[in-house]
Design a protein. Structure first.
Length: 254
């Protein structure tokens, strides 16, 4: 049976040690636990908070800000944080960062002081790896780490979860070659394990004032690994993506 436990932690406003903070939560961590952490919580621990009043927008940022009715300083941060910018609509730029499609490169203005924004962790895979190793070395506990962020799904209302970094677990389960209930061989199915765990975590964490930046998932029977991971382990280039390729020359046929 899978056990899911939300862990409340007091809101942090300055850089802090992630491992020490988790241990001070008095949660009894065990071998095999999967720890799903809010990306914002990890970013806060690393000091990934910017003061928009100290950002000098470029001419490109000013131009995009005028087109999409946005704060030029905020747009400048989006430009710096994005790998690709496709365009947008009033208030949002559509971007890709580390293989993930996201409005405004995942930069957040909620639950943060006025005139400041919080960016995604600089290297979420390294953050996850370092935390996993701290648990192993300092406590002798083997855990898996998933750093989650909330995302909008195309054509769907509301947010769900996505893994932006992980360590200690295989992020994708390849089910190709297995048989379904009717004996058919599956040719394309790969199970998004890390994203599924991130969605569980995001659902339990909430999106407003719950103060639950950590969710412990126990009994998941997930494959553990010691290999170093990167975004290419569970994302593909947008140029080969089914949806992007399908709408590249979009024209409704019905």
């Amino acid at each position: 049976m899978i056990f899911v436990k939300p862990i409340k932690i007091k809101t942090k406003k300055k850089i802090f040690n992630l491992f020490d903070t988790l241990m001070s939560s008095k949660c009894e961590f065990k071998d095999g636990d999967i720890l799903v952490l809010s990306s914002k919580f990890v970013s806060m621990s690393e000091g990934s908070v910017l003061d928009l009043q100290k950002i000098r927008p470029s001419s490109k940022a000013k131009k995009l800000a005028e087109i999409y009715q946005m704060d030029p300083s905020f747009v400048e941060v989006v430009i710096r944080e994005s790998d690709v910018i496709f365009g947008g609509l009033p208030g949002f730029l559509l971007t890709i960062k580390n293989g993930i499609l996201a409005p405004n490169a995942g930069i957040d203005k909620s639950n943060i002081p006025k005139n400041k924004v919080i960016c995604l962790p600089l290297d979420p895979f390294l953050s996850a790896e370092n935390l996993r190793l701290e648990f192993l070395v300092r406590s002798g506990i083997k855990v898996g780490i998933v750093i989650s962020d909330s995302r909008l799904m195309p054509t769907r209302i509301g947010t769900t979860g996505v893994a932006i970094g992980c360590s200690g677990i295989e992020p994708v389960e390849d089910q190709r070659g297995k048989k379904d209930l009717f004996g058919h061989i599956m040719k394309y199915t790969l199970k998004a394990t890390a994203d599924s765990l991130a969605t569980i975590g995001t659902f339990v964490m909430g999106e407003s004032n719950e103060s639950v930046p950590l969710v412990v998932i126990r009994g998941s029977n997930i494959s553990f690994t010691d290999r170093k991971l990167c975004w290419k382990d569970f994302a593909i280039d947008y140029q080969t993506d089914l949806y992007f390729r399908g709408i590249q020359n979009f024209k409704a046929i019905k």
